[in-house]
Design a protein around this ligand. Sequence first.
Ligand code: ADP
Ligand code: GN1
Ligand code: MG
Length: 365
Amino acid sequence: MEKVQETDIFQVAENFETFGKIETITPYGSGHINDTYLVVEKNGSSLNRYILQRMNTSIFTKPEELMENIVGVTSYLKEKILDQGGNPKRETLQLVKTKAGADYFISEAGNYYRMYDFIEDAVTYDAVKEPEDFYESAVAFGNFQYLLSDYPAETLHETIPDFHNTEKRFHDLEEAIASDRVGRKHLVAPEIAFVQERKDELGILLELQKAGKLPLRVTHNDTKLNNIMIDKETGRGICIIDLDTVMPGLSLYDFGDSIRFGANTGAEDETDLSKVSLNLELYRLYRKGYLEGSKGTLTGKEIEMLPMGAKLMTLECGIRFLTDYLNGDTYFKIHRENHNLDRCRSQFALVADMEKKWDAMEGEL
Ligand code: ADP
Ligand code: GN1
Ligand code: MG
């Protein structure tokens, strides 16, 4: 669906069941997919905050199904958290219903919106500041997967089919190269060659899954550091957010994507590639936290394949950025010229560094 700008975002927000008078609505966060806003309202002398999101329906083409997943997962987590004596208001996302009692709102312009309670006194990071935060995020992502281990996976819709099918991502790249829609192919010969050289590795995890050697689990699939809220006071990973891609998947996808983003000494879009490398200390720390958080549920094979999870998620993400660059930047939000190419190069530099450090990564077994 083509993006149609909302003329009045206040009018949209007013359709949700909040309690006071909305004062301000401002763009928020640094996600690449949804349009996120912070809504502040006054209720007597107190200020209430909410997150309002316009879902990206070009990417999530079945928003009804997506919201069914989110309602299912958040209500399930709420029960689990209550059972464990936790506080679901801070430990899981809570949807705010519309005044009509629905879980989302469709505007006149045809945009789909949802609203969440704002999780107060917690932050998201775009880069690891303290190793301890990264460790805590690992425990929380491991625990998230553990909490969902009995979730009826068959009720989950696949919001993006083949999301982490790395071979399929490679075919999408080949298609983008062949059509060269915006004439950028000649600019990326080294990047294309980088992928070609690693073509045989792309299916390793899928093969193991098909052979029944890696279990399918309910996973988050987008475990970068800014998709977890860290409690300001305790430093604990308090709440996993961005649940759009919760689907059956491999634990290695979750582990790998966190390493890709958080254990990179450079940013995801770093242009000075000398700054990009794998921080082995952070790799070890995350691994420890993830194993701890998933409470012994990972099989021997999963643990053995953790380095491959990290490498393939990084390579796959680079492939996706490159594909989007070749397609004219239609998927990921970009904030500057060549942004997707910069992102791709940072991912590939990280893959190359992982290859250099492979023995050390495997030595962690
Ligand atoms: P995207 O899919 O575009 O990445 P996210 O759901 O991750 O969107 O939201 C973008 C950012 O908004 C997050 O990184 C986080 O900083 C903030 N955010 C999202 N939901 C909440 C919430 N319930 N409370 C506080 N901050 C939130
Ligand atoms: C997107 O939504 P966000 O910004 O957390 C993307 C992930 C990529 C990531 C790269 C639905 O995540 O798959 O790994 O960007 N999400 C989707 O930063 O495609
Ligand atoms: Mg996000």
